[in-house]
Ligand binder design. Structure first.
Ligand code: AMP
Length: 576
């Protein structure tokens, strides 16, 4: 397929808000040429690979502007003047490049991006700028718009994974019936390019051949919530109970000498936890494995586990050795997904737990520890364990069905979390996506943010619907940092995936999550969460930010259905 064709489709996608139309446009693209199936999903999301291994071109807007100026034969000052006017370097490139279409293929363009990403060493930036300029002079104006946006990381077509999954199914069978098979394959490899290529080149049956492989993160299983020990035992029967650690979820992969650590956002953070990497090599008796667990910082003087915020400080690129000394961590393992080439995800939880215990060598001062477990079918036993965990300073418990599969990427009742407050039904926490903010007045104006506009996720339509405006709970310094980050993610118009009933001062691309604690849920005409027809939506009552949760993906946010379900539960549960 020619890149010009892709650019025209991008333009059509930008011009519509209709989910079905976007899905249809994407399905048409996928039908065009199977050879492009691998790279199309990456380009549609403005990346050069799957999220955990996407090469970066290393060209920021300043350098891109130089390339655009040279390619168009226009002065750099003129480029910046237009940029001031239009606020987007892609549109500027489009305005200064000639009106024509190139014959370059999507693959040609992709290869050139990779070439730019590979350039390193002295003089690399000059060389990268020249390579990008050489690419720009070959393309027409509309193509230039999107080339620049992709490289600047600002494509932002608002195409979530779920939309690509629907489009792939439609491309192959004309409807969305392949959705579950595509999602299953995707949840095991986190690579939509691989899934698209497997489906379109080899057919639906080949999707079943995609299994977890070390080096490719598996989408982590998530926990649903229930209000009390009694409801949990009533719903699940006999259960395995584990402490709920409040750290950072890490999936550890090993293949021979190589070790990877992936977060819930599918980022490779191996460099940030060198002692965990070393411990995987030392305490794991397997050539190949994929393990699931939570890494938690502790105070080396007292051994006391530290709150999430402290552990999160370890996720950094620089000064790793220094912070590692200050904040040592323990990695609590609670699952094994694959061992020496055998996919264990469809084996029962109890068997996986046993296998995990067989391959880990526990050492008294080892970085890796096994998560303790209790098995019971008695609500009072579960309740006592839960209370004991709270006394130990833990966040609560995670309760697991002994006979359940590892359900990658899904929030199901195979795992249920019980936290304090769940039983009261009036105080609950929500992971919300920031989609905008109000500037604020008085003291708040100094932070740049008065309140955040936050949303839940609606996976069926791959969209974010607002549920709360929240302006309290964070320390002053964090508002300032947040302001900077949100401005980098801001957009001039409402992001396509956002459904809102009013416009905040600034729109923000759905990227960052906050954990919000609320005193309950109410009906509200101001928010779109749960809104149907002329009925009001649902909103949080007395919301306060508990903490920033940048370790999670927007798709992991609390769902619209959860909020609506909780509201109706509150209606039936008497208030304390
Ligand atoms: P939540 O973040 O409240 O949805 O709770 C689910 C999270 O709890 C998981 O993503 C893990 O990061 C964390 N967690 C802590 N301990 C456990 C455990 N024993 N089993 C599963 N998840 C756990």
């Amino acid at each position: 397929m020619q890149f010009a064709m892709l650019a025209r489709t991008f333009e059509q996608i930008e011009a519509t808000n209709a989910h079905y139309r976007i899905t249809a446009l994407l399905a048409d693209l996928f039908r065009l040429d199977v050879a492009d199936a691998m790279i199309l999903p990456y380009l549609l999301q403005g990346r050069l690979g799957p999220p955990y291994a996407a090469p970066e071109t290393g060209l920021d807007e300043r350098r891109l502007a130089q390339a655009v100026a040279k390619a168009a034969g226009v002065g750099l000052e003129e480029i910046w003047r237009l940029y001031q006017q239009q606020g987007d370097l892609g549109t500027v490139a489009e305005a200064v490049m000639p009106v024509l279409e190139s014959l370059l293929s999507v693959q040609d363009v992709f290869d050139r991006f990779l070439e730019i990403a590979r350039v390193a060493g002295p003089g690399a930036y000059e060389r990268k700028i020249t390579l990008f300029e050489n690419l720009l002079v070959k393309v027409g104006n509309l193509e230039a718009r999107y080339l620049v946006r992709i490289v600047a990381g600002r494509l932002r077509l608002g195409i979530g994974d779920a939309t690509i999954v629907d489009a792939l199914s439609i491309a192959r069978v004309g409807d969305t019936s392949l959705g579950p098979a595509i999602e299953r394959a995707y949840s095991f490899c986190s690579d939509l390019g691989l899934v698209a290529h497997t489906l379109l080149a080899q057919g639906p049956a080949a999707l079943a051949e995609i299994h977890p492989v070390p080096g490719r993160p598996v989408l982590p299983a998530l926990a649903a919530r229930l209000p009390s020990a009694t409801t949990i035992v009533a719903k699940l029967g006999r259960v395995i109970v584990e402490p709920k650690y409040d750290g950072v979820r890490l999936q550890a992969h090993k293949a021979g000498e190589r070790v990877w650590l992936f977060t819930r956002r599918l980022e490779d953070v191996s460099h940030a936890f060198p002692e965990v990497v070393a411990a995987i090599q030392g305490q794991l008796r397997a050539r190949e494995a994929i393990l699931d667990g939570e890494v938690v910082g502790y105070d080396p003087r007292t051994g006391q586990l530290l709150p999430f915020q402290q552990t999160a400080r370890r996720r950094r690129k620089h000064g790793v050795a220094e912070v590692a000394g200050q904040f040592p961590v323990r990695y609590f393992l609670f699952d094994v997904l694959s061992l020496d080439g055998v996919d264990l995800t469809s084996r029962p939880q109890a068997e996986r737990s046993r296998q995990l215990r067989q391959v880990i060598v526990e050492e008294p001062s080892g970085v890796i520890a096994l998560t303790p477990q209790l098995e019971t079918d008695q609500a009072d036993v579960l309740q006592r364990f839960f209370e004991e965990m709270l006394r130990c300073g833990l966040e609560g418990v995670v309760v697991k069905r002994p006979d359940a599969h590892y359900h990658a990427g899904a929030r199901q009742y195979n795992w249920v979390k019980l936290k304090p407050g769940s039983e009261a039904a009036v105080a609950d926490t929500f992971d919300l996506v920031i989609v905008g903010y109000e500037r604020g007045r008085g003291k708040r104006a100094a932070f740049g943010i008065g309140s955040l506009l936050c949303a839940v996720y609606d996976p069926d339509h791959d969209r974010y619907r607002t549920v709360s405006r929240v302006g309290s709970g964070l320390p002053d310094a964090e508002w300032l940092t947040l302001h900077q980050l949100l401005d980098e993610a801001s957009t001039a118009t409402k992001p396509k995936q956002v459904d809102a009933a009013f416009a905040p001062d600034v729109w923000v691309t759905p990227r960052y999550l906050v954990e919000v604690i609320a005193g309950g849920i109410m009906r509200s005409p101001l928010h779109t969460c749960g809104k149907e027809g002329r009925e009001p939506g649902y909103a949080l009552r007395f919301p306060r930010i508990r903490r920033l949760r940048f370790d999670r993906r927007p798709e992991d946010a609390t769902t619209e259905a959860e909020v609506v379900g909780l509201y109706h539960r509150e209606e039936t549960v008497p208030r304390a």
